[in-house]
Design a protein around this ligand. Structure first.
Ligand code: SF4
Length: 198
């Protein structure tokens, strides 16, 4: 859970559990580096905007997250414009949409020190299976079995990353309505929130 990233002064719409793995990965990178490179900032900030973070909350969140490396003055000078731009408040004033999975998967994979992208594609099998095998099956409350982990890795072998994500959701949360496929990080978030309300 992401609570340790956040102090009382920083509002984030939720804890790690409702975020898809790509966003958990970005939040972990942000916590470890007190910074995210441009692509990572875009992927996470537009996602959080769609989750309901308004521009004031977003600026507060990012400033706090960067503060170990960048003081307020430096943050305002170098980054404030970028985040306000994402909200359509600067430059071309386009109200940018959050990236869907295809957009994310069509971008260059992250190189070292970058956290954007899709971990189902970008993490190697050892790292991914290590993460997956620590996740709990929603029904049994036990860690995912080797068989369950392999069903996800089989989709990775087929380069079907949205199916990896969908299968992961279904194993750790519940089946999705109407055989829905996770095609958007905000869809993952929305469905996970709906299950919270049960
Ligand atoms: Fe994120 Fe989409 Fe990859 Fe799932 S499939 S981790 S939502 S990019």
């Amino acid at each position: 859970n992401g609570d340790e990233l956040l102090s009382d002064e920083v509002y984030l719409p939720d804890t790690y559990n409702n975020y898809p793995l790509c966003m958990q990965n970005l939040l972990t990178g942000l916590r470890n580096d007190s910074h995210l490179k441009y692509q990572g900032r875009q992927q996470l900030s537009l996602f959080l905007k769609e989750c309901g973070l308004n521009v004031e909350e977003a600026l507060k969140f990012w400033q706090k997250a960067f503060q170990q490396k960048y003081g307020l003055e430096e943050f305002n000078k170098n980054y404030k414009y970028n985040f306000r731009h994402s909200y359509g408040l600067e430059g071309s004033r386009i109200n940018f949409k959050p990236w869907d999975c295809s957009t994310i998967l069509n971008k260059e994979p992250p190189s070292s020190g970058m956290y954007h992208g899709c971990p189902f594609r970008d993490w190697n099998k050892v790292k991914l299976s290590g993460y997956l095998s620590k996740s709990k099956n929603y029904y049994t409350k036990e860690e995912l079995s080797k068989y369950e982990v392999n069903t996800i890795l089989d989709f990775k072998d087929k380069n079907d990353y949205m199916m990896c994500c969908t299968k992961y959701f279904e194993l750790t949360k519940d089946t999705l309505p109407h055989n829905e496929l996770i095609t958007h990080p905000n869809l993952y978030y929305q469905r996970s929130k709906e299950l919270d309300k049960r």
